[in-house]
Design a protein around this ligand. Structure first.
Ligand code: NDP
Ligand code: MG
Length: 383
């Protein structure tokens, strides 16, 4: 029986993780759930799953949650500090980091330092501070199990191969809703169009990141740290059907891939249940439904964010942290109709050129960098 804490239980990954836990009561016990502002759903989840502890990050919603759970044997906390302390509880074995953005970094560090296994959905954690987080995980003997479907695919391909060096990995990308569009066409796309992903139903931020190929850029950096790769060992190929979730090539030239319908429940369940493959009733893939699986080069000139991510990874240090902060601000502005689709890349590029570069950042440096990059990005937007 594995005892799970879910950071971000009200989100796309969080709710699907609850479905997985519900379907496998003999394998998982839910200890902690947390949300930022969706108090209603958090209360509903608490009443259904009866976890030990819930956290509502927004302090003005504390009373509402506390009152609703008054007659339950459930502890209720609030504030961002509580997110860090609940993951340290003795009753928790594994923490699923399903919060979105930079806010996921600190609770993940706390969980690692408390020796909890990590099921990592929050890719921003490894983009911002991949070196620090993976070194900490090593120091504290903690495994980081990927939830992101591409990284789960690679992790699944590596089963039984951990002593065989990787030659390279190939991350597949759907290409998003704007695949094949020119820059001129992209300049005019709307928020509503960007929020319609062809294959995946996800939270708003990652959906915009998928439309701009930023998501693939973040995943490239995530893969570097998860699998300890050199930059030149990571390739991206566009595969619009999202059936092959990613591939690994070994030193003998052999390539292994993992396939399936696009459904996040599978990688979530694999991470939570590792090393077991639990039986599921997820819809099965059939080649006959997909007579053609196609592949193409990503267009790095039109989708500049992916190129910027490769650049940030190449420069290293705090550059991916700058990229991530600028991107979080840019996406939020795009979702509020403050900037156009292509301006998001301009903001990233300006921040990467402007914010002070640090070659060997400490945790405090990451905090300062994130703040400075957000401030500068906001200034650009307000201009
Ligand atoms: P959602 O926006 O759907 O959910 C985010 C969750 O985090 C919600 O529970 C939200 O609470 C909570 N949250 C947001 N901000 C804060 C904060 N500042 N403090 C505390 N809690 C917060 O996101 P997704 O589920 O789509 O994505 C979560 C993570 O997983 C992201 O890092 C994403 O990149 C990654 N991921 C997602 C995939 C997907 O299919 N969705 C696939 C692969 C990776 P509330 O609801 O109250 O706002
Ligand atoms: Mg992914």
């Amino acid at each position: 029986m594995r005892k799970i804490a879910i950071l971000g239980s009200t989100g796309s990954i969080g709710t699907q993780a609850l479905d997985v836990i519900k379907a496998n009561p003999e394998n998982f016990e839910l200890e902690v759930i947390t949300a930022h502002s969706n108090a209603e759903l958090l209360i509903q989840q608490a009443l259904e799953f009866k976890p030990n502890t819930v956290v509502i990050a927004r302090e003005d919603l504390y009373e509402q949650v506390q009152e609703a759970l008054l007659h339950e044997d459930i502890k209720v906390y609030t504030g961002s500090k509580a997110l860090c302390s609940v993951v340290e509880m003795g009753t928790v074995d594994m923490v699923l980091t399903a919060m979105v953005g930079y806010a996921g970094l600190l609770p993940t560090i706390h969980a690692i330092k408390a020796g909890k296994q990590i099921a990592l959905a929050n890719k921003e954690t490894l983009v911002v501070a991949g070196q620090l987080v993976t070194e900490l995980a090593k120091e504290y003997g903690v495994n980081i199990y990927p939830v992101d479907s591409e990284h789960s695919a690679i992790f699944q391909c590596l089963a039984g191969e951990f002593h065989n060096p990787i030659e390279k990995i190939i991350l597949t990308a759907s290409g998003g809703p704007f695949r094949g569009k020119t820059a001129a066409e992209l300049a005019a796309v709307t928020k509503a169009q960007a929020l319609k992903h062809p294959n995946w139903d996800m939270g708003a931020k990652i959906t915009i990141d998928s439309a701009s190929l930023m998501n693939k850029g973040l995943e490239v950096i995530e893969a570097k740290w998860l699998f300890g790769l050199r930059n030149d060992q990571i390739e991206v190929v566009v595969h619009p059907q999202s059936i092959i979730h990613s591939l690994v090539q070994f030193e003998d030239g052999s390539i292994k891939a993992q396939l399936g319908l696009p459904d996040m429940k599978l990688p979530i369940q694999y991470a939570l249940g590792y090393p077991q493959r639990l039986k599921s009733d997820f819809p099965r893939f059939s080649f006959l439904d997909y007579p053609q699986l196609t592949f193409e080069q990503p267009d790095l000139k039109t989708f500049r964010n992916l190129q910027l991510a490769f650049d940030a990874m190449e420069q290293g240090g705090n550059m991916p942290c700058i990229l991530n902060a600028a991107n979080e601000v840019a996406v939020s502005a795009f979702l509020r109709d403050k900037v156009g689709f292509l301006q998001m890349s301009d903001i990233l590029e300006s921040c990467m050129a402007k914010v002070a570069y640090i070659a060997n950042p400490s945790y405090e440096d990451y905090v300062a960098t994130d703040k400075e990059a957000r401030q500068y990005a906001s200034e650009l937007i307000n201009k």
